[in-house]
Ligand binder design. Structure first.
Ligand SMILES: *Cc1c(COP(=O)(O)O)cnc(C)c1O
Length: 362
């Protein structure tokens, strides 16, 4: 028996062809590649969290997360009468939606503007949906005529719009989003992925009652809890009930539930950190814009997109300076020579700026 033919006979060809999602080992680096919150918890809070986690019944399956759901809905701006579905990160929610909409009897399409968050395409593929990407305009705005034409042609069951978009950092025009919702009507759902809502401070969440086909998805990851993996989404209750059937039972583990309750008790601290990062975003953007040969794009997120003369070289030199950022140059033609930098503490931002200046100079 050969392992090669065994894999060929069992694993799907499209799965065999893709590479695993690569997570770079960050040891020794200043980590500005993954939009994490750079701040640590103070000692007293760590002890409180430690105590709460110690009290968790890890011998039991997670109890229903009704309490946590209600708290999230009440404290994070979900409209009255709307519930939330929780996921092991919003990544899991994306695949739950794709799994629920992929069908055996006919082609089902997930559509998104590109470049976009890579998990939209990956989740569509693995669930068995066709992915249709509609290129953004050169200024990263939605190409609305192209979006509407693609919606008419492909009748997508799901349209994903990251608001603000990752990796470009901009918020799409409200009227354009409204036109997409109208064009989808009762044939498609629009998912507004608001992972960066703490930094954008603009949201479609309050508008859920206006649109039956609107889904708003968020996460605690970028706010400061990327490690616990907790995403949430809201939509018309009947729609959420359908997605809930696809959700793996016990998908939010007891440690995550306890850590999320703890975070909600201290939401003010996380919100203050988001405010600091918004301030740092302004300062870092200005400092970058002052550098010759660097184009800075406006950002409503906790990262900044820049364009340089030679992104590959700059990226390599920054790595030598022990700075980890994301090189997007090969991701899509509108991103040629673009780099994405997570906004961090004043100290880390200064270290990055120094390294960037040195990298651009020599
Ligand atoms: C980071 C990111 C996510 C991932 O969120 P998790 O909750 O950590 O899985 C989702 N959407 C966008 C647009 C992101 O940038």
């Amino acid at each position: 028996m050969s392992l090669e033919s065994l894999i060929g006979n069992t694993i799907r060809p499209d799965v065999r062809e893709v590479k695993s999602y690569h997570v770079q080992d960050p040891s020794g680096y200043i980590k500005l590649d993954a939009m994490e919150n750079p701040y640590h918890l103070h000692q007293a809070l760590r002890q409180e969290l430690g105590q709460r986690l110690a009290d968790v019944a890890i011998n039991r399956y997670p109890p229903s997360y009704d309490g946590l759901r209600r708290r999230i809905a009440a404290s994070l701006g979900v409209p009255a009468g709307y519930d939330v579905l929780l996921g092991n990160g919003s990544d899991e929610l994306i695949s739950i939606m794709a799994t629920a909409c992929a069908r055996q009897d006919r082609r089902a399409v997930l559509l998104a503007p590109v470049p976009a968050f890579v998990m939209f395409q990956r989740s569509a593929q693995f669930a068995g949906m066709d992915f249709v990407g509609v290129p953004l305009n050169d200024d990263f705005s939605l190409d609305l005529p192209a979006m509407l034409a693609a919606i008419a042609e492909h009748k997508p069951a799901l349209v994903f719009l990251a608001y603000p978009n990752n990796p470009t950092g901009n918020l799409f025009d409200t009227a354009a989003v409204e036109q997409i919702l109208a064009a989808l009507g009762d044939t498609g759902l629009a998912v507004l992925d608001e992972a960066y809502e703490p930094f954008a401070q603009q949201s479609f969440m309050p508008r859920l009652p206006e649109f039956d086909n609107l889904i708003v998805m968020r996460t605690l990851s970028k706010l400061g809890l990327a490690g616990i993996r907790l995403g949430y989404m809201s939509a018309a209750p009947a729609l959420l009930a359908e997605f809930d059937k696809v959700r793996p039972p016990y998908n939010v583990n007891v440690m995550t539930q306890a850590a999320a309750e703890f975070a909600l008790d201290h939401l003010d601290i996380l919100n203050e950190q988001a405010a600091l990062l918004r301030q740092q975003r302004t300062e870092l953007s200005q400092a970058l814009a002052a550098l010759p040969g660097v184009t800075v794009y406006p950002s409503a997120a906790n990262f900044i997109l820049i364009r340089v003369a030679d992104a590959d070289t700059t990226h390599t030199k920054l790595l030598a300076h022990k700075i980890l950022i994301k090189n997007l140059s090969k991701m899509h033609s509108v991103l040629t020579n673009c780099l994405r930098i997570t906004v961090s503490t004043p100290e880390e931002n200064a270290a990055f700026l120094d390294a960037l200046k040195a990298s651009l100079a020599d």
